[in-house]
Design a protein around this ligand. Sequence first.
Ligand code: 5AD
Ligand code: SF4
Length: 490
Amino acid sequence: MTKKLYLETVGCQMNVLDSELVVGSLRRQGYTLTQEATDADVILFNTCSVRQHAEDKIYSALGRLRHHKKRHPDTIVGVLGCMAQKDQELIRKRAPQVDIICGTGQLAQLPALIEEAKKTGKLQLALSLDRTESRHDVERSFESYDPLRDPSMRPSRFQAYVRIMIGCDKFCTYCIVPSVRGPEQSRPPEHIAAEVRQLAAEGCKEITLLGQTVNSYKFDYGDGRRVRLSELLTQIHDTAGLERIKFVTNFPKDMGDDLLDAVRELPKACPYLHVPAQSGCNEVLKRMKRLYTVEYYREMLLRCREKVPGVAVSSDFIVGFSGETEESFEKTCDLVRESGFKNSFIFKYSPRPGTKGHEMFADDVPEEVKKRRNNDLLAIQNAVSLADHRRHIGNTVEVLVEGPSKNANKRETASGPMQLTGRTPTDHIVVFDGNERLTGRTVEVIVDDATSFTLFGAVETDEFVGATGVANDEELTPIPVASRWSLPIV
Ligand code: 5AD
Ligand code: SF4
């Protein structure tokens, strides 16, 4: 009898990748995925601690499972990832039915933990050291988890994440990541290159290199040689079959000219930079300990645009951080108005116990004010995004087709075109009509309309649209829908 696994993931791309690896390793133990928690032998939650809201979602999901676990005591319930690392005591108190609590650095142990929980019926704990211990010991306790991958478990066959570093040493005062993901550690370039080669050989066309501060990547060989992200991009660039390399997330202070030159010079390096500003006000940036001023950020933005013509830049902002006045908020609005960001992710400040911000500053901006600022900043960004998107109307853009768009089903016919979606090298989302068989292909699309979120267009040649107009059927076989995950990203 097959064993069934249910896995719910919240959070960032790092969590999506961790989940892919967890599923890969459990499939090798004979598990198959199910979409229904109540059908599963093992129910896992891969969690996020960046904001309270993400944690609340997991506690309510665990609450809903309480009865099910009572009636089916053999079902194993596990909490994985950032929340597990941060709050083992609280999880035990609020969800005593949980069998496994496993931190981000211990995921490789999961198959063994599941077996042990089944055998003993006892709670299994696997957590890394907290950052008060010696750096060497803490680093060792966050073992990197990049085992052999299972291509069928990726969100798409043509795209994959590749972790190039773990952890973070920046300690922005609002952020829990340095505690739950541990010290910054870069992977050896050879390991990354080998993984990229394997992915490309399996048909992967686009890889996204992941790091909390990906442009801080540095690998020291110990003999004076050091590889930075710019050189890593050069090293993996010529991988056969690979078409696109993206990388997220960048830290503004580490945006070196060498990296911008590499992005300009290397055809496969995508001209897309996610560089969160967080605030446009120096006092706030200082309290956040972001290590730069808004003047520096503006100059950096200019440098990005000068060095990489046509580059698209996106950002993150936190509104309502401790001590943010109307005046400070207005400065953030000014930055967004003039930035030309492709898009921004905007978050209301959520104080995180365990961070310096929580310890040192009061959460003194009322929820109503945070909400209003969030909406106001979003409206400004939407207008900026619309202007950015409209600039592409009339242009031909190169789109890596990801598959049918979410609203596609109504338009599907037996042989005719349906609505497809994909992304440009600048990470713009494009929706256009075409055959589902185009999934995984790179096509040229002429843009004829735009909203704040999407470009609309038509494929350049008819050759691609018709059901029989495609040269190589095998190459274009769409991936089964069941192997795509729907991931509730918070
Ligand atoms: N509250 C709100 N947003 C946060 N982020 C990180 N920590 C917090 C917090 N405590 C946001 C930042 C970061 C993004 C991933 O999440 O904008 O760039
Ligand atoms: Fe958090 Fe700052 Fe590190 Fe980003 S750079 S993960 S915001 S501490």
